[in-house]
Design a protein around this ligand. Structure first.
Ligand SMILES: [Zn+2]
Length: 105
């Protein structure tokens, strides 16, 4: 398959799987590229018992650049950290009143 970039992503498969299956990055912070791929394969195999469909789906999954998705998750994690104590904060900002006050001085 020809690899054309899609909306800034490696290709269409990477863009689409990132968009549809990794919407909530916070659940995938500890995943490496390989376990992200396993996660996607498991979803397909759980819901589908047509081997031909699974093999077509796997050909699509093989096109995905899971390293790129992993990078985006790592970037997201960096952007969602308390600037005072580095705790994870969903949506960014400070994690607590104490850190908010510490940031003021
Ligand atoms: Zn904090």
């Amino acid at each position: 398959m020809e690899n054309k970039r899609h909306n800034g992503w490696t290709n269409y498969a990477t863009w689409r799987i990132n968009l549809e299956l990794f919407e909530e990055y916070k659940f995938f912070i500890d995943y490496d590229a390989e376990s992200l791929q396993e996660y996607v394969r498991d979803i397909i195999e759980e819901d589908c018992n047509n081997n031909l469909a699974i093999s077509y789906a796997n050909a699509f999954i093989d096109e995905v650049n899971f390293y790129e998705i992993k990078e985006h998750i790592a970037e997201w994690k960096n952007e969602n950290k308390c600037p005072e104590c580095n705790a994870d904060v969903d949506g960014g900002g400070v994690c607590s009143k104490e850190c908010e006050e510490a940031q003021m001085y």
